[in-house]
Design a protein around this ligand. Structure first.
Ligand code: NDP
Length: 260
């Protein structure tokens, strides 16, 4: 049995193209079967729904991922809901979200799952810790908060309407930044010794004319204050891909009736 992942990309967003390429390459390196289905931004949504129905029925495919964001004319929730639950390796379908909230077995969304693996591998206990998640998106902030809560942390979720973000951040033993704003979390917003997970991926013009990736945390400043911090690039991004592959292996094992 060979795990199989299908990735659907709609539109020409350069960042999405890079993410999809990295995911497909990682699968190829691991010996997975992988397929990329790319469509122009003006494709009729029904064509993508048809492809998902085809992939749902394809025994070679165990996981289906739709790269987000989708063009505006797409109903993102409806498209994600078209993925068969047993192939929803990104964990974005409503059933998966509900199972996550209830602490039942589910596909855990890959980015927060990767962050939880960091804590586990680094031996960082979350019980009783003050955790602050900045960002409340369905794909990062909300599931991240839920996982931290299940792990015993006391969780605060901040967002664009939060008053005095700095005061909240300064209380955090565990600070997760998932905002999409370059270097927004500065050194003076971090409690000394805090563990900082920087989820943000932002492109800024580099000195050499090429764009460079920076996170949501001002890394240089944070290094002097935090007890531990994930870098951008090289931190959460690769872990997200790793957890995607883990979820795909889990889906393949379930399809084959193997306990995993
Ligand atoms: P979204 O744009 O969906 O969500 C951003 C969140 O940040 C929102 O909840 C928003 O609040 C909040 N926010 C925006 N401005 C502020 C502010 N000034 N103060 C406090 N909160 C604010 O982004 P995503 O969750 O999808 O992604 C976040 C970042 O993580 C992006 O940089 C993205 O590229 C990156 N990312 C990285 C991944 C990886 O593999 N490393 C995977 C997925 C995302 P509100 O809800 O009120 O609008």
């Amino acid at each position: 049995m060979r795990p199989g992942l299908a990735v659907i990309l709609v539109g020409e967003d350069p960042a999405s193209q890079v993410y999809v390429r990295n995911k497909v390459n990682a699968c190829a390196q691991a010996g997975f079967h992988s397929e990329k289905h790319a469509y122009p931004a003006d494709i009729e949504p029904s064509a993508v729904f048809d492809k998902i129905a085809e992939l749902n029925a394809d025994p070679k495919i165990h996981g289906i991922l739709v790269q987000l964001p989708l063009p505006r004319n797409f109903d993102t929730e409806a498209l994600l809901d078209a993925i068969a639950p047993e192939k929803d390796v990104d964990g974005f379908r409503a059933e998966n979200v509900g199972a996550l909230v209830q602490g039942q077995p589910c596909f855990i969304p890959c980015t927060p799952y990767g962050a939880m693996k960091f804590f586990e591998e680094a031996g960082i206990s979350l019980k009783g810790k003050e955790a602050v998640v900045v960002g409340r998106s369905n794909i990062v902030g909300k599931p991240m908060a839920m996982l931290l809560m299940h792990a015993g942390a006391t969780v605060t979720v901040c967002h664009s309407q939060t008053r005095d973000l700095k005061a909240h951040c300064l209380r955090a033993d565990i600070l997760v930044a998932a905002i999409g704003r370059p270097k927004m979390i500065t050194g003076d917003m971090i409690k000394p010794g805090a563990v900082v997970i920087d989820v943000g991926i932002n492109r800024l013009p580099g000195d050499d004319g090429k764009s460079k990736l920076v996170g949501d945390v001002a890394y240089g400043e944070a290094l002097g204050v935090a007890g531990a911090i994930t870098p951008v690039p090289g931190g959460v991004g690769p872990m997200t891909i790793t957890m995607l592959m883990k979820n795909t292996v889990t889906a393949a094992c379930r399809a084959a009736g193997i306990e995993y």
